[in-house]
Write a protein that binds this ligand. Structure first.
Ligand SMILES: N[C@@H](CCC[C@H](N)C(=O)O)C(=O)O
Length: 293
């Protein structure tokens, strides 16, 4: 039996998504169907699929949202291989744009919107770049896994950072090393983290800090999607890692250059500890209907 899936294609700094609305939570896509949608030759083509489901209708064992949460909508996220992820930093901005475009949510000037995710409730606010998402508290994941990648002459130690989803950030020597990586091949981690990880390769810009803002370049190999043009949570993890390595006096504001554009990262004091926020553009590209087997 086949059915029609009405979707919207969106992107944020070249990280692209197929979004669809399922308010009642009754459209179950299998990992095979997700992978077929994301296939760039046989499907629509995307780094991930995002379902907009009303939080109260999500009954698949996702961490319950606090009863007093005002997150009406839940961002249900799958990677291109059909695996589930807890969080997507570029996706949450594009998701917000989609909710507004579809008339599923409204934002008055000065308002923010609460979005449910598998990493918890996140707040998104329009800003000059497009949107800023408060990704909440972050933590060092512990350990320094060794990272091997094609064209990297020796294994390098990475740093594990959790921003709702898992990342390992590796510092490279210079632009030539970063540009020379072949990320069509899956980089290897040792030890292998149980849940896998997104792997970010970073180099500092010259100068590292300009007008009080830290500047880095990054490429990423995403868990479940391979090399992408951008990863929002990856940019956040990369900025946190470089600030950690830079030590006292390093800035709390960062500009991260990825192959698909530029993202902003800001660390600030929240009520419950330090939070990190990601800002950048969000675009809806086209709508379509896909017949799924
Ligand atoms: N591209 C996203 C992250 C998507 C999920 C990731 N691949 C994972 O498995 O954790 C971003 O912009 O953050």
């Amino acid at each position: 039996m086949s059915f029609d899936l009405r979707f919207t294609k969106g992107q944020g700094t070249g990280n692209d998504f197929v979004l669809f609305s399922d308010p009642e939570g009754d459209t179950e896509l299998t990992p095979t169907q997700i992978a077929a949608v994301c296939d760039r030759r046989f499907g629509v083509g995307a780094d991930g699929v995002i379902r907009a489901v009303r939080s109260r209708n999500l009954d698949d064992g996702a961490p319950a949202l606090a009863a007093d949460s005002d997150a009406t909508w839940f961002m249900d996220y799958w990677n291109a291989d059909g695996s589930v992820s807890e969080m997507c930093g570029n996706g949450i901005r594009v998701f917000t744009k989609y909710l507004l475009d579809q008339g599923l949510a409204e934002l008055h000037p000065g308002d923010s919107i609460a979005i449910g995710t598998r990493a918890g409730v996140r707040t998104v606010t329009p800003n000059r770049a497009g949107f800023e998402a408060d990704l909440g508290r972050w933590r060092l994941a512990g350990g320094e896994p060794l990272v091997r990648a094609k064209n990297l002459p020796v294994a390098r130690p990475g740093i594990g950072i959790d921003v709702g989803n898992p990342h390992v950030v590796v510092a490279l020597a210079d632009d030539a090393e970063l540009d020379g990586l072949d990320l069509a091949y899956q980089p290897m981690l040792e030890p292998v983290p149980e849940a896998g990880a997104n792997i970010e390769f970073v180099v500092p810009a010259d100068p590292l800090v300009e007008d009080g803002v830290g500047r880095i370049r990054m490429r990423v190999h995403e868990r479940g999607s391979g090399e992408t043009l951008s990863c929002g949570t990856g940019a956040v993890a990369a900025a946190l890692a470089v600030r950690h390595w830079a030590g006292a006096g390093a800035p709390d504001e960062w500009r991260v250059q990825v192959p698909g554009g530029v993202l902003g990262v800001r660390m600030f004091a929240g009520d419950d500890g330090e939070h990190v926020a990601l800002s950048g553009p969000a675009e809806l590209v086209f709508d379509g209907v896909l017949s799924l087997a």
